[in-house]
Ligand binder design. Sequence first.
Ligand SMILES: [Zn+2]
Ligand SMILES: [Zn+2]
Length: 215
Amino acid sequence: MNCLICQAKALTPSIDFQALITLKSNPSYLCLTCKNTFIKIGADHCPRCYKSGEKEICQDCQEWERKGIIINHQAIFKYNGSMQQFFSRYKFMGDYQLHQVFKSYFKFKKEFTIVPIPLSPERYQVRGFNQVAAFMEKLPLQHLLTKKESQPQSSLTREERLTHTNPFQIKENSSIPEKIIVVDDIYTTGATLVHACKTLKEAGCNTVKTFSLCR
Ligand SMILES: [Zn+2]
Ligand SMILES: [Zn+2]
C-alpha cells in the first residue's frame, strides 16, 4: 500500500515491523516522512481547550468564562501547516479515503453518546460526506444536530464568528441522552462547539464535553 498523502511507494517493511512490535493493530496509511509532519499537542496545553504551549487557562477560555461558558475540550494534534494541507485535500477537494489516516484517534468512553458536528444540507451536497462522521464510521453515532447554512466559518473574522447566531438545532423527535461528547475536526475559536453544546444543554442534556482532532 502507498502513503495516502505523498503516494510514496509501498510502505517499507521496517514500518510494518515496528507496528508489529508496538502491537498497533492499525495499519499505517502514511510513510514516516508524512507521519512526522503531524505534531501532537504536548504536556503544556490549556487545561480547558488544549491550546498548545499554555500552562494555565488561556485567554480564549477566560474570554468564554466572562460570557458564562466553561470550556471542557480535548484535542490531539496541533493545527499546523501539514494539518491545514491535509484538511484542504480531505474537505475541500473531497478526498474521502483520507479519513483512514486519523480514524484511530477517535476513541471515547462508552457512557458518552457521540454526536458529530453536522454539515448544512447545502454543504453536504457539495462535499458528498461529513468529514467528521467519516473518521468515526465504525462508531455508534447519534446525529442529534442539524445545521442551517451560513457563511463558511473561515470567511468570518473572529468577532463575526463569536457574534454569529447559533446555526444548530435538535433533529426532530430526538431523545436526548444524559452524557454527550460533541466531536468536530478542528477547534479554532471554539464558537462552533460552544453553539452545539448550548443547543444540547437547552434540550436537556446534563453533561456535554467536546473533542476535536486538532486545536
Ligand atoms: Zn508520505
Ligand atoms: Zn483554553
